[in-house]
Design a protein around this ligand. Structure first.
Ligand SMILES: [Zn+2]
Length: 316
């Protein structure tokens, strides 16, 4: 396995793949979908290409954009950010001069947080991020917006909750019944709501069911369908039950996580997210408002402790 600049650190991962999930609607799926390794997508129409999200590193985003130009000579005109997290937005600057669209709070969070790579938290070695530049959405909205390219109609909807974050939107193609869910859906990975809400995530799942999607491009993991939502809801309800017990007996999130048998959920990748999820869920069990600010540094520190004091596995 080679590891040097300009190449993937992790040649043992399967390469990213382009999947045409409907006519001229593409998912770009990056294995293995763990921390910072997200999915993107793109839609080709007569007025150019609309991309859904960018990637965590300069190298990964350039590879994504190369895959787009290998398929179409249409220019990239619009980039939609499903939420503010760096694995979906770090590469925005490489799409210049495309217009970047996101929720109002996506722009706010990106400007407030800057380029955030959580030094010392992820990977050993640290991911090769590249020369990242902050490029938040220039066009923002609060509830919904429609994007058009030729015959292709793309609806953007704020899903609320808060759920994965305070600014989760989906891209919905009603004619193709294709839904780009962002991180409202993890397929195969542990869902993560430290920066959003557990109860809100359950509300968001019910909202996602109303789209009658035939195909879902999740934020992480393989392309899937609505069936994935039941498992997500089961996980969130499990977290809520553990949190309710912990709150009643005054057990801290880290201890609650250590004492919890994850059962079938242990098969999901990035299992240490249970700690962050419990920080959020115990806060809510105590009457905390969904999406309110909590001590993220404490929660992330506890995830590392849970992980044996080592940086979290990250192959970005
Ligand atoms: Zn995210």
């Amino acid at each position: 396995m080679s590891s040097h600049h300009g190449h993937d650190h992790h040649d043992d991962l399967d390469p990213p793949r382009v999947e045409e999930v409907a006519d001229k609607v593409f998912a770009y799926v990056q294995p293995d979908g763990t921390w910072w390794i997200n999915n993107t997508g793109f839609i080709i129409g007569d007025e150019g290409v609309v991309a859904i999200d960018t990637c965590a590193t300069e190298r990964r985003t350039r590879r994504f954009l190369d895959n787009v130009t290998a398929i179409t000579s249409e220019p990239l005109r619009v980039v939609v950010n499903t939420h503010h997290h760096g694995d979906h937005t770090h590469g925005n600057y490489l799409t210049h001069p495309a217009a970047i669209i996101g929720h109002d709070r996506c722009r706010e969070e990106m400007i407030a947080g800057g380029i955030h790579t959580y030094e010392g938290i992820f990977g050993d070695p640290t991911p090769d991020w590249g020369d990242l530049e902050l490029a938040p959405p220039m066009l923002t909205f609060s509830d919904h917006m429609h994007v058009h390219t030729g015959e292709m109609g793309i609806e953007l909807h704020y899903i609320g909750g808060p759920a994965h974050t305070t600014n989760d939107i989906v891209a919905w193609l009603p004619e193709q019944r294709a839904l780009f869910s962002g991180d409202l859906v993890f397929n195969g990975g542990t869902p993560f709501v430290l920066m959003g809400s557990v109860s809100g995530a359950l509300t968001a799942i019910e909202r996602l069911r109303t789209f009658d999607a035939e195909v879902i491009v999740p934020g992480h993991g393989p392309v899937c369908d609505l069936g994935v939502l039941d498992r997500l809801a089961d996980y969130y309800r499990f977290v809520q039950e553990v949190a309710a017990d912990a709150h009643r007996s005054g057990v801290a999130p880290l201890d609650a996580a250590r004492e919890t048998d994850l059962g079938d959920f242990a098969e999901l990748t990035d299992a240490e997210r249970i700690v962050g999820n419990l920080h959020r869920a115990i806060f809510e069990a105590g009457g905390g408002e969904p999406g309110a600010r909590i001590d993220l540094a404490a929660a992330i520190g506890d995830m590392i402790t849970f992980n044996g004091g080592r940086p979290l596995r990250c192959l970005a």
